[in-house]
Design a binder for this molecule. Structure first.
Ligand code: SF4
Length: 501
């Protein structure tokens, strides 16, 4: 029998770690598994696929002749493309080629996903996909396969998820630089793995997050996996180092490692071993995501010594009410300030604080408290300010409806906006209530300027003692543009410095 072939498609993300893990698991079992990266993530320039890009993808698949096609569907931000793509795949290949959806959205919404896909795999699915493909290869559908959801005589069947893999070292490394990889973007199809030409290797040392922020899918995933094993798991240092070394063999231009762990491990013994080996064997700058409650001085000092060049930390609001009651975050004002002192004392080269602003829960008092907190944070830091997405399956959706700050219809409308509009909403280029929009801009601008201490000394009195800027935020907006160019220039300079020493 000819070898079963399943084509996997990663949408809007060349990194697409989850799909690379799946492809690797299939390869280990000897299955043929071409991987196609369809469009890349470009936050300022998110566009739906063009007709030409769809055509290139369908032609490529006609050549590859897969027996099944898997699509990775992350969140509603990207729902438009997989829905449209699935419709086109169905027209082109008919019911003989099953279309399988996996990812966070199908995990939380299997029934809705089955309106489009033939099969859904929920949760972490390396083993589930291999078993499913083994069955499909035999011409059977495994009705009771854990993680699988499907329709049978118009009934939706959603099987339990299997236990979480506790030993992450057992998983093979994400597939990288394979000959059967293709990418499609800007109306072009290119063979190969776009990651291989990159200067940055992206990976994780762990899976799962210990926290339960209301705007994040982590809480729903935790509920799904209740009683199914440890949610937060850590790879061994040796396994992590081996992966980077293997990637170095393939990525000759690699100059930086970007760890995408929800929160980089802070276990002191693990960090001691990691930093020791990383410095000796890898010796490249690296970037991490942190958390205000996970920044012990000794851990951060070790990471800086080993090459930590950037940490991004979510603070999200300076208002204790918003943080606790709306975002379900535990840290208090003192803990946040202590964290910022630790990072400043450790001299982390770049500290980025992430804030979610301008959402329907927020009052002027909350904005004022955020500004006050930013004034107290230890410098230097860069601010990453953005809006709130009401992602389906997150607790904040229920809270917003319960508190009457937004209607269910409005949330559904927002969730089904085209990709470009959802991104514009995230970055405030869009707003229905013009009056509130301008007033919130006043606060957002002030918060933004607080990261430039000298400029802030001029802007704040001007903004607070005169009404000029309050009535017309335009000068603020121009100034902000200038500052953004400055930040962009600084980022480029930093990149050049780690690229060329
Ligand atoms: S800390 Fe980050 S990953 Fe963890 S629950 Fe909060 S938003 Fe999600």
């Amino acid at each position: 029998m000819a070898q079963y072939k399943i084509a996997l498609i990663g949408l809007y993300n060349y990194k697409v770690l989850g799909v690379r893990y799946l492809a690797s698991a299939l390869r280990q079992k000897g299955f043929d598994c071409p991987l196609i990266f369809f469009k890349n993530f470009e936050s300022g320039n998110m566009k739906k696929p063009s007709e030409r890009e769809y055509e290139l993808l369908l032609n490529l698949l006609r050549e590859l002749k897969p027996n099944a096609i898997g699509l990775s569907v992350m969140s509603t931000l990207y729902l438009e493309a997989p829905r449209e793509l699935t419709r086109r795949l169905r027209d082109a290949f008919g019911p003989e080629v099953p279309i399988i959806w996996g990812g966070v959205y199908p995990t939380l919404f299997p029934a809705e996903s089955l309106d489009y896909a033939d099969l859904v795999l929920r949760g972490e699915s390396e083993d589930a996909l291999v078993e499913l493909v083994e069955h499909l290869n035999e011409g059977t559908i495994p009705d009771s396969l854990p993680n699988l959801a499907y329709r049978k005589q118009d009934q939706t069947v959603v099987n339990e998820v299997r236990r979480l893999e506790e030993d992450l070292d057992r998983l093979s490394f994400p597939l990288l630089g394979d000959r059967q990889m293709y990418y499609i973007n800007y109306d072009k199809l290119m063979p190969g793995d776009p990651q291989v030409k990159n200067h940055t290797y992206e990976m994780t040392c762990s899976r799962g997050c210990p926290y339960v922020c209301s705007y994040c899918s982590s809480l729903s995933l935790k509920k799904l996996y209740r009683g199914k094993g440890k949610f937060v798991r850590l790879r061994s240092v040796d396994n992590v180092i081996q992966e980077i070394r293997q990637a170095q063999q393939k990525m000759k231009k690699m100059r930086m490692v970007l760890f995408w762990d929800e929160i980089f491990p802070d276990d002191l013994a693990w960090v001691q071993e990691f930093t020791d080996r990383y410095r000796k064997e890898i010796n490249l700058p690296f970037q991490i995501w942190g958390h205000p409650l996970r920044t012990r001085q000794e851990v951060i000092d070790l990471l800086v010594e080993a090459g930590l060049s950037q940490v991004v930390i979510g603070i999200q609001s300076g208002s204790p009410r918003i943080r606790k009651q709306v975002f379900f975050r535990r840290e208090n004002q003192d803990e946040i300030l202590k964290m910022s002192r630790v990072l400043a004392q450790a001299r982390v080269p770049e500290v980025i604080y992430d804030f979610i602003l301008d959402h329907p829960f927020e009052t002027e008092e909350d904005f004022r408290l955020t500004l006050e907190l930013c004034e107290k944070l230890h410098r230097p830091f860069t601010l990453q300010l953005h809006g709130l997405s009401f992602l389906p399956g997150t607790e904040i959706v229920n809270l917003a409806i319960k508190e009457g700050v937004i209607t269910r219809e409005e949330i559904e409308r927002l969730q089904n906006l085209p990709l470009e509009e959802q991104y514009r909403a995230m970055y405030w280029f869009y707003g229905d209530d013009k009056v509130k929009y301008r007033r919130s801009q006043y606060w957002i601008n002030l918060i933004f300027y607080s990261q430039f201490p000298r400029l802030y000394k001029i802007v704040k009195p001007l903004a607070t003692r005169t009404s000029l800027l309050e009535k017309n935020a335009l000068p603020f907006r121009f100034l902000r543009k200038g500052c953004n160019y400055f930040l962009f220039g600084r980022r480029v300079a930093k990149k050049l410095s780690w690229l060329y020493g």
